[in-house]
Ligand binder design. Structure first.
Ligand SMILES: [Zn+2]
Length: 421
């Protein structure tokens, strides 16, 4: 059995990653012909296994292996096949290959799972193409808005609706709502962080997806002045003002962590390189962005309030003006404990002790959780970071995680408490 799992994973990863715009790395834009071709590979493989295959109006792909109890709530399992530009070989693709390996193991062993297992390949997970989070899975769940349908793709400038139509989907039908009943969703995905690699652990279970609070386009306005002539007391120096904010936020972040809460503070872009800037000038302007993340919305509210107070103090002390611009938020998502417990228990039986951890990045599993599904994630050890051509993992880790999921569903009855009413 382990061989069929490993073989399927390696073969599918190779086949999907043969589809890419020219390198470096792998580029399959959301709702592009390349993404569609990658979906078609999985479709062919699923049909060859004898699975029932269909697509929804948002072109998410589903492949069903019927379970013993056709009335029980099914388990959807999968990930996405789009990538960022010049991305890696495993973000998304590993999870799809793992899901196909799982159903292949059932079919080849002539086993019937307790409930329907439905391989799920979502569309447009990478929000670098459209400024819309989880466009494909939220389309499946009937949670996309008509405003989001107008969002332009970053490379073509054409709308999400246009690109969905180009690939054969139906934006109007997506907006009319979904008939997908809440069920179970499992997403296999590389960790995209160093925790598992540093700990020497092959995979982990994710207890929640952090939410975010962002100011993508903030500016500090000071006053341009001569760097030699302007006395300290009369300056309105935008760069010093930002430095004050960054150091204050860093100290507060440390305090929040010390108090046992979850928080990440990132000033992802600090830009004092507009044409007005020069060596001999007191900076009159700096642009920046802030990305705050936590598993607890109250923590995000408190750090946002702290930042506002700090800004007021800095404005008074440094004679500058902060313009924070529009705030955007994503909600923290608690993932399903019972579903994770079930996989963890099976993992224990085959010799693994997967830890529970938070996901810092957003994933389709969060969209399913927010729509009321029992949703969980299995994180896979990877290294060399992510969203870059060097992204690396050992596919044996993925095979181990798939074996744990197989063990969780091979010999058991329907999930407790999920009988369809
Ligand atoms: Zn991903």
């Amino acid at each position: 059995m382990s061989d069929v799992i490993q073989e399927t994973i390696d073969r599918l990863l190779e086949a999907v990653n043969a589809l890419s715009e020219p390198g470096p790395g792998f580029t399959r834009p959301s709702y592009s012909p390349l993404e569609s071709a990658a979906h078609a590979i999985v479709e062919r493989e699923a049909l060859a296994l004898g699975l029932e295959v269909w697509r929804d109006a948002a072109l998410n792909l589903f492949a069903r292996l019927p379970g013993r109890d056709r009335h029980a709530v099914p388990v959807y399992i999968g990930s996405h096949l789009d990538t960022v530009a010049m991305g890696g070989a495993y973000d998304g693709t590993a999870g799809v290959a793992g899901a196909m390996a799982l159903v292949t193991a059932f079919v080849r062993n002539c086993e019937t799972p307790p409930v329907d297992l439905i391989v799920t390949v979502t569309r447009a997970e990478e929000s670098v193409w459209f400024p819309v989070s989880y466009a494909g899975s939220r389309g499946a769940l009937g949670r996309l808005t008509s405003a989001e349908m107008h969002a332009p793709r970053s490379d073509t400038g054409r709308s999400l609706a246009d690109h969905i139509r180009d690939e054969g989907g139906d934006p109007e039908k997506i907006l009319a709502g979904s008939d997908l009943a809440p069920a179970n969703f499992i997403e296999l995905h590389i960790e995209q962080g160093p925790v598992l690699f540093d700990a020497g652990e092959p995979f982990a279970l994710v207890s929640g997806v952090r939410g975010g609070l962002r100011y993508r386009n903030a500016t500090i306005k000071g006053v341009w002045a001569h760097s030699g002539a302007a006395p300290r007391a009369s300056r309105s120096d935008a760069v010093f003002a930002l430095a004050d904010l960054i150091t204050a936020m860093d100290r507060e972040w440390e305090a929040v962590l010390a108090a046992g809460h979850d928080l990440a503070v990132t000033f992802g872009r600090v830009d004092a390189a507009t044409p007005e800037h020069a060596f001999a000038k007191v900076p009159g302007r700096v642009d920046f962005c802030v990305d705050l993340r936590s598993d607890d919305e109250a923590v995000l509210d408190r750090i946002d309030a702290f930042m506002a107070e700090t800004i007021a103090t800095i404005e008074a002390q440094r004679s500058v003006r902060f313009q924070m611009g529009t705030q955007s938020r994503s909600k923290p998502s608690a993932l399903s404990q019972p579903l994770a417990d079930r996989i963890a228990e099976a993992a224990h039986e085959i010799g693994y002790r997967p830890r529970r951890m938070l996901s810092g990045g957003g994933h389709d599993a969060a969209a399913f959780a927010q729509a009321g599904w029992s949703s969980t994630m299995v994180f896979l050890r990877n290294w060399n970071g992510s969203h870059n051509p060097d992204e690396a993992m050992d596919t044996k880790d993925l095979a181990a995680a798939v074996r744990a999921i197989h063990a969780a569903f091979a010999d058991r009855q329907a999930l407790p408490g999920t009988q369809r009413t």
